[in-house]
Design a protein around this ligand. Structure first.
Ligand code: GLU
Length: 483
């Protein structure tokens, strides 16, 4: 590529960042970083009916959490700002006027009543719902009269008849549209705001966007955009429409079948690394079967040429698997903030535990969890004393002799000075030898005594983490309670 690519993520602030939006943002980001280009955030907020308070701030903070840093944007500035469309209204009006002068757009004063009658009629005759260009025939005098009378109006695109519009999409190949299927799109609404189509094209041009990478749901808008580029006499950007996101039953990904907001995934305890990794695979792979990626590898490997056409299935099981893999591959210390925030949402007092202690707990549990919060739910014995012992394990592992064996073991433990894992292990071996027992006779009831459970991390890990005093206390308490 000889010019520096400039790409953009152009969300409409609806109140949250949709996972599909994250995929679009990510692919733009990867493309920009791979080619040493620029990644721009532009807020498309010209639909006043959909205005949501705080939506932009929320979007930016979520994007920030994912690590998709942009080079230019509303809070960052840049040479082509403002990056919020509601602050660019004059630009769109001037451009609409330019099209009117070229006869490529026209004023339309039709009342809502007339438009609805027209629609009824077309429904009746089974014609495509389309504006009938009635106002295209107004004389300059009539237009002037209406404007002076302050009659409400919109500005419409003058779509040419029977013209084939071709798009060479990087992902979809050549796509053709007949202009007959296009409505004379409103470009400026009666409230003076531009529609998505006009604002999007004008901004992509003025912001020198080289590649438009966006979801397939926008493909049907692209012929209108092509007309706009041509009418203005501008070069078209390269288009790349990303495959649809589907539920496992192949229906369009929707709120009804699960979470779609990135915030929800964050709140559920997914690591950003896992979410990014997962979203990267929604329509892209490097041509092999590798699935575990860090951001730097994604940047290195990503290309639009290896994005698929076929819809991408949103498979939560894969996301869970990736979350577990990313947890496993992180330093336990890096997971401390996650564990602390999970503890804050639990019944335990987070301030009670030192970083050192929690790091050891994570070390022991990292291989056994899908979410960091499971450190707490799967091993509550690291955070509180044992109140309940698993009845099945009692039945299977606790015999009449157990109290005697465990007392001996406890005596052996009490002789240890600041024991490490091996010291506990050696003490247990010694006890079994003295008692002439198999290791199982001691190890299973010991686990039950210190954890209340029959499974978990290595028993010596548990002993080492909770320490000698607690170990001895818990053995004593179990003997009292279970005998
Ligand atoms: N504002 C559109 C959206 O909400 C942008 C589509 C595009 O990238 O052109 O996704």
């Amino acid at each position: 590529m000889n010019i520096t690519p400039r790409v953009r993520f152009a969300p409409s602030p609806t109140g949250y960042l949709h996972v599909g939006g994250l995929r679009t943002a990510l692919f733009n980001f990867l493309f920009a970083r791979h080619h040493d280009g620029k990644f721009i955030l532009r807020i498309e907020d010209t639909d006043r009916n959909r205005f949501v308070d705080g939506a932009v701030e929320n979007l930016i903070s979520t994007l920030h959490w994912t690590g998709l840093d942009y080079d230019e944007g509303p809070d960052k500035g840049g040479d082509y700002g403002p990056y919020i469309q509601s602050k660019r209204l004059d630009i769109y009006r001037t451009h609409a006027q330019e099209l009117i002068k070229k006869d490529k757009a026209y004023y339309c004063f039709c009342s809502p009543e007339r438009l609805s009658m027209l629609r009824q009629e077309q429904k009746h005759t089974k014609d495509q719902a389309k504006y009938d260009k009635f106002c295209l025939n107004l004389t300059p005098e009539e237009i002037q009269k209406n404007l002076s009378a302050l009659k409400p109006y919109v500005i419409r695109l003058n779509v040419p008849q029977n013209q084939i519009i071709e798009i060479d999409d990087v992902i979809r190949g050549r796509v053709e549209f007949n202009s007959e299927t296009l409505d004379d799109q409103v470009l400026i609404k009666s409230d003076g705001y531009p529609t998505y189509h006009l604002a999007n094209v004008v901004d992509d041009h003025l912001m020198k966007i080289t590649h438009v990478i966006r979801g397939e749901e926008w493909l049907s808008s692209t012929p209108k955009h092509i007309l706009l580029y041509d009418f203005f006499g501008w070069n078209r950007p390269v288009f790349a429409h990303l495959p649809l996101l589907l539920n496992p039953d192949r229906s369009k990904l929707s709120k009804r079948q699960g979470d779609v907001a990135v915030e929800d995934y964050r709140a559920k305890g997914y690591l950003k690394e896992a979410l990014i990794n997962f979203v990267a695979l929604l329509g892209w792979n490097a041509g092999d079967d590798k699935e575990f990626y860090y951001m730097n590898e994604l940047i290195e490997k990503f290309s639009l040429a290896s994005v698929n056409k076929a819809g991408a299935i949103f498979n939560t099981e894969k996301l869970n698997w990736l979350n577990a893999e990313h947890i496993r591959n992180k330093n336990s210390v890096e997971l401390l903030p996650e564990l602390r925030s999970a503890l804050k949402n639990s019944v335990y007092d987070e301030s009670f535990f030192s970083d050192e202690y929690l790091t050891k707990v994570i070390d022991s549990m990292k291989e056994r969890i899908t979410f960091v919060s499971e450190v707490i739910t799967k091993s509550p014995y690291f955070f509180a004393e044992i109140e309940n012992y698993d009845p099945d394990v009692i039945k299977k592992r606790w015999t009449v002799e157990t109290p005697v064996y465990l007392s001996k073991l406890s005596e052996e433990f009490s002789l240890l000075n600041n024991p490490g894992k091996e010291d506990f292990e050696n003490a247990l071996k010694k006890t079994t030898e003295n008692l002439n027992l198999g290791i199982g006779k001691l190890i299973h009831p010991l686990r039950l005594a210190v954890s209340g459970m029959g499974a978990g991390p290595g028993v010596y890990d548990i002993l080492f983490i909770i320490g000698k005093e607690k170990t001895i206390d818990r053995i004593k308490k179990a003997i009292e309670k279970l005998s």
